[in-house]
Design a protein around this ligand. Structure first.
Ligand code: URA
Length: 432
């Protein structure tokens, strides 16, 4: 088989078969097919697309490119969730222990942040001693005994995606539904869980601009799940504003702790309860969404959810005192309150700008090798739909170096004001 023929076939809009896709992925991982040829194929896929069969073949070829986790030693149904990434998205920190407190088994592998979205692993590492790299055996033992572990992705899980994503990132070939769907699903399937809940985000700061596009991506991922006989469900959620109020690693852990104590922001709490209810149905612990939601809300207020988080942190070597007293978490040297110089209703927010600001403050990475600062970020005091007067606080920037005028400018520019009140958009657009 010649790779050039596959490029030309896709360029002309024809379907690639399973054998051809396997040849591509195996050759790319082995280094026998060069980056420049794969880049050409990726660009052809951007323009010509891939059908459901091709997308599944690509997912399988990628999934089989490295280790596949065997979770069969963990008793019960193993549930997993995945968010397509957002600014301030700390749901995994809350959801894992929350559903585990009702008996679900959560074996979660999470990523590090890159660009304007933060990573769960970076957030957890702001807890002193928390080990995101426990052995596979300890990971399995921990989930079996306490119900939840959140770790970083193991070294050899879907190496094809690592290589392919790095190439997509620098060749303008990220925004393709089959490429995104296969990238996400290959990792989820290789992580070994029985069920997957997808939180597919749309809007400013998300991969999909509109809920309609998010729906198409969601359907592509559910189709892969059906072919692989996994229970895959999804929520489609709004990312036109950050989730919760805190953005930055330790700040987000603090907000997750507040949420697990029943004192979190309404949007984050709502998403965790709605997503948690679906996961409990998938785990066959509940068969009614309303009853599952009510049980989850109870766990947030009766101390069970936070206790499970503390249990997980302790099991992974983290300092439980920082969870009992979040003021002990890393904090920045300076806090600067940013005041509005306009009056009006916040009609929209530029989530990407805020994500970018968090990154330049040091909370995220511009390149993979950057080291994140756990303490920095910001906390919003106003969000879309709120009224602000001149002099009202829009939020507080937590920084370790001298504040730059650019940062203040970027923060203020993220708020778009209007004279008219606006209707708040519901956080959850659809459930599949
Ligand atoms: N997240 C992934 O893991 N892969 C993509 O291609 C896009 C988002």
């Amino acid at each position: 088989m010649r790779f050039l023929d596959l490029i030309e076939k896709k360029r002309e809009g024809f379907e690639l078969n399973e054998e051809e896709i396997k040849f591509w992925i195996d050759g790319f991982v082995a280094g026998t097919i060069p980056d420049y040829q794969v880049s050409a194929l990726l660009m052809a896929i951007i323009f010509k697309g891939m059908n459901a069969a091709e997308t599944t073949s690509l997912t399988l070829a990628m999934m089989n490119s490295g280790d596949i986790l065997d979770l069969s030693d963990i008793k019960g149904i193993k549930v997993d969730k995945h968010s397509t990434g957002g600014v301030g998205d700390k749901t995994s920190l809350v959801l894992g222990p929350l559903v585990a407190s009702l008996g679900a088994k959560v074996a979660k592998m999470s990523g590090r942040g890159l660009g304007h979205t933060g990573g769960t692993v970076d957030k957890l590492e702001s807890i002193k001693g928390y080990n995101v790299a426990i052995s596979k055996e300890d990971f399995i033992k921990q989930v079996d005994s306490i119900g939840v572990a959140i770790v970083g992705q193991s070294g050899n899980l879907v190496p094809a995606d690592k290589k392919l994503y790095a190439l997509r990132d620098v060749t303008g070939t990220v925004p393709s539904i089959p490429l995104i769907a296969s990238s996400i699903m290959s990792k989820k399937l290789a992580s070994g869980a029985d069920t997957i809940l997808l939180d597919v985000k749309y809007g400013d700061g998300a991969f999909m601009d509109t809920p309609q596009q998010a729906l198409i991506l969601t359907k592509a991922m559910i189709d892969i799940g059906v072919m692989m006989k996994r229970d895959v469900r999804a929520l489609i959620t709004d990312m036109n504003l950050p989730l919760g109020n805190a953005v930055g690693n330790a700040l987000e852990v603090k907000e997750a702790i507040a949420t697990l104590n029943g004192k979190g922001p309404a949007d984050l709490t709502e998403l965790c309860v709605k997503a948690g209810a679906v996961m409990l149905i998938q785990a066959k612990i509940f068969d009614d969404l309303d009853l599952a939601e009510a049980a989850l809300i109870k766990q947030l207020h009766n101390g069970q959810a936070i206790s499970k988080f503390i249990e997980m942190v302790k099991a992974q070597g983290g300092d439980p005192d920082q969870i009992l007293n979040p003021d002990l978490l890393p904090h920045s040297l300076h806090l600067t309150d940013i005041k509005s110089d306009q009056r009006g209703y916040i009609s929209s927010m530029h989530t990407t700008k805020l994500g970018h600001l968090a990154m330049v403050l040091g909370a995220g990475r511009a390149t993979k090798v950057d080291v994140v600062n756990p303490a920095v970020g910001f906390v919003l005091n106003k969000k879309t739909g709120d009224f602000v007067d001149v002099g009202d606080s829009l939020g507080t920037i937590h920084h370790d170096t001298e504040l730059k005028q650019d940062w203040i400018h970027e923060f203020k520019e993220a708020f778009v004001l209007s004279d008219q009140p606006i209707d708040k958009v519901s956080l959850i657009y659809d459930r599949l």
